[in-house]
Design a protein around this ligand. Structure first.
Ligand SMILES: Nc1ncnc2c1ncn2[C@@H]1O[C@H](COP(=O)(O)OP(=O)(O)OP(=O)(O)O)[C@@H](O)[C@H]1O
Ligand SMILES: Cc1ncc(C[n+]2csc(CCOP(=O)(O)O)c2C)c(N)n1
Ligand SMILES: [Mg+2]
Length: 318
């Protein structure tokens, strides 16, 4: 069977289990892998993409390199691991520009430095099309898995919800973003939120977390499916710039929040009774947060009582 017939999700489900130890700290399919290390855990993550699948209109090679490291850093941070180092692998056809590859690497190095880590080499290969793979290692005292129990609260951390979706929408609809600097910044230079690591101090009040990169709806559906629980969404943050863009572009702002993608923000699951302590910790760390719903027993995802359509970004679709 061809991989584009099977689809990314089903393929990954099959691949991710191969060789995975049954008693691993984080299960296959979680945002990163973890190994016990010196009283804590070392976390590892690799994430890559074809250049043409992520380079938005006006995005420089530097920004794409930054995004590659950010995607990995965001997965590490979501599991409460502090990034220590990154590597970068490039695949390029012979006609690719040297300047492009240098730019990608410079952007990756800038991102690594921004996350208090270093870019420690990588790999360069010939390939059919330009592609970038970043890997990172981080260290965590107490890891936060993808976990949720009925009764838990669901929070969205950060402020890129809807903004990254608007940037991707603008790319495909030829809409200039000059009037929307926050949307352009979210799409071109997303920054992993290291401040989330402050949650280590309230780990006992947390059930789990997931990094969102394929869109909020897809992230929630993956959580629900993997854990056999349901999520009732009651409210969504719609930021003013997203609302303004949606009006101009003639698109539903909620669509951008639910189906945008590339947020590189954390969905946090908080134990009942833990809300106050967690909100206090997030406020002190300067992490924007929005309580959006609750975990229920029945598997599924609902928004204001209606089943939330499952759509999201997947490779092998184009
Ligand atoms: N070829 C593979 N072999 C083993 N595991 C894989 C493979 N591809 C993906 N996985 C695992 O499947 C899970 C989902 O990976 P995927 O790359 O789809 O995540 P994602 O949607 O890109 O989100 P993010 O980039 O934010 O992690 C991860 O745990 C990953 O380690
Ligand atoms: C030109 C262009 N088309 C589409 C998109 C959107 N996009 C690309 S990858 C991805 C999911 C995360 O990737 P991964 O799962 O590999 O981390 C999303 C939402 C874009 N940025 N640029
Ligand atoms: Mg990926």
């Amino acid at each position: 069977m061809r991989v584009d017939e099977l689809g990314e999700r089903a393929l990954v489900k099959q691949l991710a289990r191969i060789g995975y130890p049954p008693n691993a700290t984080l299960p296959p399919g979680d945002d990163a892998g973890a190994v016990p290390w010196g009283g804590g855990h070392l976390l590892l993550k690799t994430d890559g993409f074809a250049y043409r699948q992520v380079a938005l209109q006006g995005m420089s090679p530097e920004a794409v390199g930054w995004r590659a490291v950010t995607a990995v850093a965001s997965d590490l941070v979501a599991k409460l691991a502090r990034p220590l180092g990154f590597t970068l692998a490039l695949a390029a056809p012979g006609e690719a520009r040297v300047e492009t590859l240098v730019g990608l690497t410079r952007g990756a190095a800038r991102a690594a430095a921004a996350y208090g880590a270093a870019l420690l080499g990588g790999d360069t290969n010939a390939g059919g099309e330009l592609a970038i793979y970043a890997s990172g290692v981080g260290v965590a005292r107490a890891v936060l898995p993808r976990a949720a129990e009925p009764g838990d609260g669901v929070y969205l951390l950060g402020d890129r919800w809807g903004l990254s979706g608007a940037a991707i929408h603008a790319h495909y609809h030829g809409i200039p973003l000059d009037a929307y600097p926050a949307i352009r910044r979210a799409g071109h230079w997303p920054k992993a939120r290291l401040e989330v690591l402050a949650l280590g101090a309230v780990r006992d009040a947390l059930s789990g977390s997931a990094d969102s990169s394929d869109g909020l709806a897809e992230t929630l559906w993956q959580l629900a499916e993997a854990l056999g629980v349901g999520i009732h969404l009651e409210a969504l943050p719609v930021f003013p710039e997203v609302r303004a863009y949606a009006t101009e572009a003639g698109v539903d702002a909620h669509e951008l929040v639910l189906y945008g993608g590339e947020e590189y923000e954390v969905v946090l699951v908080v134990k009942p009774g833990g809300e106050a302590a967690v909100e206090r910790a997030l406020r002190a760390a300067g992490v924007p947060h929005h309580c959006v719903g609750r975990v229920v027993r029945e598997m599924g995802v609902w928004y204001r009582g209606e089943v939330l359509a499952r759509r999201g970004y997947a490779h092998f679709q184009d």
